[in-house]
Design a protein around this ligand. Structure first.
Ligand SMILES: Cc1cc2nc3c(=O)[nH]c(=O)nc-3n(C[C@H](O)[C@H](O)[C@H](O)COP(=O)(O)O)c2cc1C
Length: 214
């Protein structure tokens, strides 16, 4: 059965733009695969425990029967997270920009999943060539010529990990100025924000066909 793995990382559920655009991509994928399964990992609502990181990392240098109970639990969790990726045919990652970078919960998830022997850098790329969509939501504006051009350190990092480390066949859809609706100082940008969001939904629908074609 075709399987889509979806990762959400916004800390909010109400009004989340990254979730809204990912919903469009998910609907597009399901339209092509009505019998498909969507496996969800919502690290915005349920972050991975940070304390598992040192245990998972150090466990790789200890024989399995010599591991502490913390290391055993951390390796188990990393294995579960990795297996969700390994078992999928297509991927959808929904990520907001937080303080010019990725959400802490997403970094923690990645740091943990990558300790798994199946996905560690340097191992044969188990996910290579599989199709993926990355949805990005930014509150401000980062286009060329704006004062914050180049300040989005999240998108290039995510593309490095997903495209180059995991070797996924990645398409990105980004929208920005999402804070225009709530920030009075950005009131003049509301029409533009709405236009960008509508475009992002269209692009997400196109990208859904890309991940559904696999
Ligand atoms: C903790 C936090 C930090 C944020 N930092 C930034 C930022 O550095 N730049 C920016 O443009 N927007 C920033 N925002 C706004 C979000 O990027 C924006 O609201 C986005 O739409 C969030 O995704 P969501 O709608 O899926 O929740 C921040 C929001 C939060 C909650």
């Amino acid at each position: 059965m075709p399987t889509l793995f979806r990762l959400d990382s916004s800390i909010r559920t109400e009004g989340s733009v990254s979730r809204e655009i990912a919903d469009t991509a998910e609907r597009g994928w399901l339209a092509e695969h009505p019998d498909g399964v969507v496996v969800r990992r919502d690290i915005g609502q349920q972050p991975v425990p940070l304390e598992s990181l040192p245990a998972a990392f150090t466990a790789n240098f200890v024989a399995a029967d010599q591991r502490t109970p913390e290391q055993v639990r951390a390796v188990e969790l990393a294995g579960i997270l990795a297996q969700e990726l390994l078992d999928a045919d297509a991927y959808l990652f929904a990520v907001p920009l937080y303080n010019f970078g990725v959400p802490a919960n997403l970094k923690a998830w990645l740091d943990l999943v990558i300790t798994s022997s199946a996905l560690a850098p340097g191992t044969p790329p188990a996910l290579a060539g599989r199709p993926a969509v990355l949805v990005i939501a930014r509150g401000g504006g980062y286009g060329e010529g704006t004062p914050r051009y180049g300040w989005d350190h999240s998108t290039p990092w995510l593309e490095r990990i997903l495209s180059d480390v995991f070797q996924l066949d990645l398409k990105t859809v980004a929208t920005e100025l999402t804070l225009a609706d709530v920030n009075p100082a950005m009131a003049d940008l509301r029409d533009l924000a709405a236009q960008l969001r509508a475009q992002a939904h269209e692009t997400a629908t196109e990208h859904a066909k890309h991940i559904a074609a696999a």
